[in-house]
Write a protein of this length. Structure first.
Length: 402
């Protein structure tokens, strides 16, 4: 990075390990291995003497709770992360602290609490699912993953079509942001970019790994298909292309399978915060002022102490009680949607989208991964993607009634 005109320091993004920049997935896997071997599941490092960074990576739930909730005020995104991500995210909700974050959080929370948003998501997904099912068979799977874009896509399209002048409409999502007074073109651009990232890259990452994991376990796929049939039968619904909000809520096994896929392959695999003042984490690890403190959801999924000896297995049943009802976990043990005051605002929306698409697709089709043996490569970026896409052989289910 070149020195910046506004006086913020320019940081060597990855001065420490250029090798890891080219092979970021190794950093993810290496840190998961180290965290698993540390007695308290926290590794701290200090390269400050070399003009680089100091920090800690943790997989300890008590530390996660401390960082994201109990001592929230002491852990901001910080100057380092903001400066690294600024070209991409500007000062949108993901890349801001203090008042700049707070006004966006308030504006967005208001929208996310509205019933109309839930209805909108259900309708949009229904419309997209209909289109998906009308396509030629060989294009269906590709389109399935592209179908998740929903809400964020609409924001971008409407902004482009109507321009800044049209944003004053009362029912418009962006107008709420504009109404707060921070409505320069730049800040609205940042709102859009951040929500596209939030809504699209996360759910598509999650579904990609989910479809891959399920394709390796036909028994899981059959159980999902059986559940979908049972829900259809009990609701008596005739809408062949979609499921209502209530029908989706009945799909506990599918909910568990998606949750389990995200446990092993969290769309946001690691999340970093900057320590404002010297602190000691609950497990006794010292973290200094200015250190980057990171929790790794990817590492946590691989800790036997948290998930048992079968922690590396894809086992949706671990999320169900004896009656087959989904049983959530603490967000600090399963920080896939973050926790505390900055917890994900779109969690419910994400589940509606992902369950709708998965249910529509598995009601009719069965999938086999044809991308070779072993696990596909990880592309570790802001979200965790799959190297080389997801080549699948699609077969119509023999028991499909559609
Ligand atoms: C599987 C899907 C998703 C996952 C795993 C996920 C995960 C996360 C995580 C880990 C964070 C914290 C990020 C950070 O602060 O560094 C976050 C924040 C956020 N998410 Fe999601 N998310 C998902 C889907 C969505 C969707 C669909 C939306 C809505 C468009 C959304 C909106 C947001 C927003 C607005 C924040 C910022 C909260 C704040 O900083 O106050 N997310 N999400």
């Amino acid at each position: 990075k070149q020195p910046r005109a506004d006086g913020l320091k320019a940081y060597p993004i990855v001065g420490i390990l250029p090798h890891f920049v080219r092979n970021q997935h190794r950093l993810l896997e290496w840190s998961a291995g180290v965290v698993a071997r540390c007695p308290t599941h926290t590794m701290s490092f200090n390269f400050k003497g070399f003009g680089l960074i100091a920090g800690a990576i943790t997989g300890n739930p008590a530390n996660v709770e401390h960082i994201v909730k109990t001592n929230f005020q002491n852990y901001s995104k910080g100057e380092y992360v903001v400066s690294v991500m600024e070209d991409f995210l500007g000062h949108g909700i993901f890349n801001s602290d203090g008042d700049q974050w707070l006004w966006q959080r308030k504006a967005a929370s208001y929208e996310f609490n509205k019933r109309s948003l839930r209805n909108f998501v259900v309708d949009t997904v229904r419309w997209r699912a209909k289109r998906l099912l009308d396509l030629e068979p060989e294009r269906r799977m590709r389109e399935a993953l592209a179908t998740i874009h929903g809400y964020a896509d609409r924001i971008v399209r409407e902004r482009r079509e109507r321009g800044a002048a049209g944003l004053a409409r009362k029912d418009d999502f962006l107008s709420r942001f504009a109404a707060t007074g921070e409505h320069s073109d730049e800040s609205l651009r940042d709102v859009v970019t951040n929500f596209v990232l939030a809504g699209r890259d996360t759910t598509s990452s999650a579904l990609t790994w989910f479809f891959w994991l399920v394709s390796g376990q036909p028994d899981v796929e059959d159980r999902i298909a059986r559940e979908i049939r049972a829900v259809r039968a009990s609701s008596g619904s005739t809408d062949a292309a979609a499921f209502s909000f209530d029908e989706l809520r009945e799909m506990h096994y599918l909910h568990a399978a998606i949750t389990e896929a995200m446990r092993l392959y969290p769309p946001v695999a690691m999340d970093s915060h900057c320590c404002q003042n010297d602190d000691v984490l609950p497990d006794g690890t010292f973290v200094g002022k200015g250190w980057q403190v990171t929790y790794s959801a990817y590492a946590m999924a691989r800790l036997e102490e948290l998930w048992g000896a079968d922690c590396e297995e894809f086992r949706p049943e671990r999320w169900l009680d004896e009656d087959g009802v989904f049983r959530p976990e603490s967000p600090f043990k399963y920080p896939v949607f973050h926790g505390g005051p900055r917890m994900c605002l779109g969690k419910e929306m994400a589940y509606i989208q992902m369950k709708s698409i998965a249910a529509c697709v598995f009601e009719r089709f069965s999938f086999r991964f044809v991308g070779g043996e072993g696990r596909p490569g990880l592309v570790f970026s802001v979200t965790l993607r799959m190297e080389g896409g997801l080549p699948m052989r699609v077969k119509k289910r023999r028991d499909s009634v559609c």
